[in-house]
Design a protein around this ligand. Structure first.
Ligand code: ZN
Length: 549
C-alpha cells in the first residue's frame, strides 16, 4: 500500500502541469537591465538609493547572482536574461567574433552579434541590426507563441541589448542608431515612429548642442578630488580630455538613460501595455552605467552621479507602471559587472592591479610566430582577436601539423606571461559536457565551456588573471573594461518585485538564466527543462510555490 502511494505520488509529481499561481498574475512583465551593474556597485550604492532602486532593493533580493560564463560582455549577458540560455546554447558568445567564411569589403572576418552580415556593403562597425545570431527564443517569443495577442516591446541604450532581450518576434524595438544621436527601430519593424521617439530625438539634439550640468548629490560631491591620474598620462587624457566630445558627454550623463526611460514610458502609455487580452512584456536596458564605467571607472564621482540619476529614472518608470493600473511584475538585473581603473585600485591597496601587457596581444604574438615558423601571412591575419582576453581565432590558411604546432606554441607563449590565468582550447572545450549548477565552484575552464559554441568560438579562449584590466592603453570613452571570468564581472544583483511580494533576501546560488523560467511560471508558460539552462526560482517560499510543481 505504501509502495502504491509512493508510486502514485511520483506519477503525480511527474505529470502535474498545474501552477500555484502567485498572489496576482501579472498582465505586464517588466524586465530591466542595467548595463555593467555589478553586485559591487549595488552593494556600494544601495544605502544611497531613495527612489526606484530603493523600492526594488526592498523587494525580493538576490544581491549576487551569476552571469556564469567566462566572456562577460554585453551581448552574451543580455542574451542570458530572458532566454534561460548561457552563451554555449544561445550562440551569443561575445559582442563580436570572427567568421572566416565571411569576408567584408575591408578583408576583415569580424561579425557583430546583433547584425546581419549577409547584407551588402556592411562591416562589423557599419551594419544592419538583426536578431539572426540568437539561436534560442526569448520570453517574449515564447509568450507570443503561446498567445499571439501578447505584445513585446524592447527599449535599450544599445541595439544589441534590445535585440537580445526582445528577441525574434518583438513588436516594437527602439535603440540608438549607428550615429548614437537618435533612437531608431529594428529594420522591417512596421508602423509610424511614435511621437515620444520623435520628441526624445529632438531633445537629444538639444542636449548634445548644450549639455546640461548634472545634479551632484552631496554624497557624490565629496568624491570630486579623491583621485587624480598622473598629469599628461594616457589615463589623464582619456578621462579629462582637453576638448570633451559633446556626444560622449551626453552618453556618460544622466540624460542618456533618461531618453531610454522616456521612450519606454511613452510606449507603455501609447500601446496600453498590460491592458490587452494577453500578458505583455516590456524589456528596458539602461546603458549609461556601462558608458560611465568604461569612461571613468566604477569608483569615482561620475559613477556616484550616475547611480543617483538612475535611481530617480527607475523611480519614474515604476511610477508610470503604477499609474498604468495593470498588475505588473518587475525583474531588475545586469548583463555583467565591472571593475575600476587599475590606477585607482593601486592607490586603494590592490597592489597587483595592472593593465594587460602589449606583449601578449594577438598582434605581438602573431609577429613572433610568423618569424619563428617562417609563415607567409600578414601577422594581423594570423591570430585574430577582438581583445587580449576571450576568443582568439587562428587563420584557416594554417592547416595540418603546422596548425597544431602554432596552436601549441601560442598557448605556451601566453601561459608564460604572469598576467595569464588560463588558456582553453576549442578542442578541450568541445569535448567537455556542459557544466551543471551550482556555479559557485566552477573552474575557469568550466566558465569557458559555458561561453563555448563550436560554430562561433575561437581556437583559444584566453583568461587573464583577476587584477589585470583587459584595456592595455586607456582612450577617451574606453579607459577600463570588463569581460573577464572573474566575480567582479560575473556577479550581478537580481531583484524581483510584484504586488504582494514578500520581501526577502537570500544568498542563494542563482543565475541570470534562472530569470526566464521564474517569469515563465508567473505567466503560466510551460518551458521544457531540456530547452534551457536555468532553473525556476521559488520567489515565495513561505506561502505558495511560485514554480511549477
Ligand atoms: Zn554591457
Amino acid at each position: 500500500m505504501k509502495q502504491l502511494a509512493l508510486a502514485t505520488l511520483a506519477l503525480l509529481s511527474a505529470s502535474c502541469t498545474t501552477f500555484n499561481p502567485p498572489p496576482q498574475a501579472p498582465k505586464l512583465v517588466v524586465a530591466i537591465a542595467i548595463d555593467q551593474f555589478s553586485s559591487d556597485l549595488f552593494a556600494q550604492y544601495r544605502p544611497t538609493y531613495v527612489a526606484g532602486l530603493k523600492r526594488l532593493s526592498n523587494a525580493i533580493v538576490f544581491s549576487a547572482g551569476y552571469q556564469a560564463h567566462a566572456t562577460t560582455e554585453t551581448c552574451p549577458g543580455h542574451a542570458t536574461l530572458l532566454t534561460g540560455a548561457r552563451p554555449a546554447r544561445s550562440g551569443i558568445v561575445a559582442n563580436e567574433w570572427y567568421d572566416q567564411s565571411v569576408t567584408r569589403g575591408n578583408g576583415d572576418h569580424k561579425v557583430y552579434c546583433a547584425e546581419d552580415e549577409a547584407q551588402p556593403n556592411t562591416t562589423a562597425n557599419r551594419y544592419v541590426v538583426s536578431t539572426r545570431h540568437l539561436k534560442v527564443p526569448t520570453l517574449g517569443d515564447r509568450m507570443k507563441r503561446a498567445d499571439a495577442r501578447s505584445r513585446v516591446v524592447a527599449v535599450a541604450g544599445k541595439d544589441r541589448s534590445a535585440v537580445m532581450m526582445g528577441g525574434h518576434t518583438t513588436d516594437a524595438m527602439w535603440y540608438p542608431g549607428l550615429d548614437n544621436r537618435s533612437y531608431v527601430s529594428l529594420p522591417g519593424q512596421s508602423g509610424a515612429t511614435p511621437a515620444i521617439v520623435t520628441e526624445v530625438n529632438q531633445r537629444i539634439a538639444r542636449i548634445i548642442a548644450t549639455p546640461p550640468a548634472p545634479m551632484v548629490p552631496p554624497h557624490c560631491a565629496v568624491l570630486a578630488d579623491s583621485f587624480s591620474p598622473q598629469p599628461g598620462s594616457d589615463l589623464a587624457k582619456a578621462i579629462n580630455p582637453e576638448r570633451p566630445n559633446p556626444l560622449r558627454v551626453y552618453r556618460t550623463g544622466p540624460e542618456y538613460d533618461r531618453a531610454t526611460a522616456d521612450i519606454a514610458i511613452g510606449l507603455l502609455k501609447d500601446m496600453r501595455l498590460g491592458h490587452g487580452p494577453a500578458t505583455d512584456l516590456l524589456a528596458i536596458s539602461f546603458a549609461g552605467t556601462d558608458n560611465v564605467g568604461h569612461s571613468f571607472g566604477t569608483n569615482g564621482i561620475e559613477m556616484c552621479i550616475q547611480q543617483a540619476a538612475l535611481d530617480r529614472i527607475i523611480g519614474d518608470v515604476l511610477a508610470a507602471l503604477d499609474a498604468n493600473d495593470a498588475a505588473y511584475m518587475v525583474v531588475l538585473t545586469a548583463d555583467h559587472g565591472g571593475f575600476d581603473l587599475p590606477e585607482r585600485l593601486q592607490q586603494r591597496g590592490i597592489a597587483d592591479a595592472a593593465r594587460v601587457a602589449p606583449e601578449i596581444s594577438a598582434t605581438a604574438i602573431s609577429t613572433a610566430l610568423v618569424s619563428r615558423f617562417r609563415l607567409d601571412i600578414e601577422p594581423r591575419r594570423l591570430w585574430m582577436a577582438v581583445s587580449q582576453q576571450g576568443d582568439w581565432y587562428l587563420s584557416s590558411k594554417i592547416s595540418g601539423e603546422l596548425r597544431s604546432q602554432v596552436l601549441a606554441a601560442t598557448r605556451t607563449m601566453l601561459l608564460s606571461s604572469p598576467q595569464v590565468a588560463a588558456v582553453a582550447t576549442a578542442e578541450e572545450l568541445g569535448s567537455m559536457p556542459l557544466p551543471q549548477p551550482p556555479v559557485d565552484n566552477w573552474s575557469l575552464i568550466e566558465r569557458a565551456r559555458a561561453s563555448f559554441d563550436a560554430s562561433r568560438s575561437g581556437d583559444l579562449l584566453v583568461m587573464l588573471k583577476q587584477s589585470i584590466s583587459p584595456i592595455a592603453r586607456p582612450i577617451a570613452g574606453y579607459a577600463v573594461g570588463h569581460g573577464t571570468p572573474w566575480d567582479h564581472d560575473r556577479r550581478v544583483p537580481m531583484l524581483f518585485w510584484y504586488p504582494g511580494a514578500v520581501a526577502h533576501e537570500a544568498a542563494r546560488s542563482v543565475e541570470t538564466v534562472d530569470i526566464l523560467p521564474t517569469l515563465a511560471a508567473f505567466v503560466g508558460l510551460a518551458v521544457p527543462a531540456g530547452e534551457i539552462d536555468g532553473r525556476c526560482i521559488d520567489l515565495d517560499p513561505g506561502r505558495a510555490d511560485t514554480c511549477r510543481q
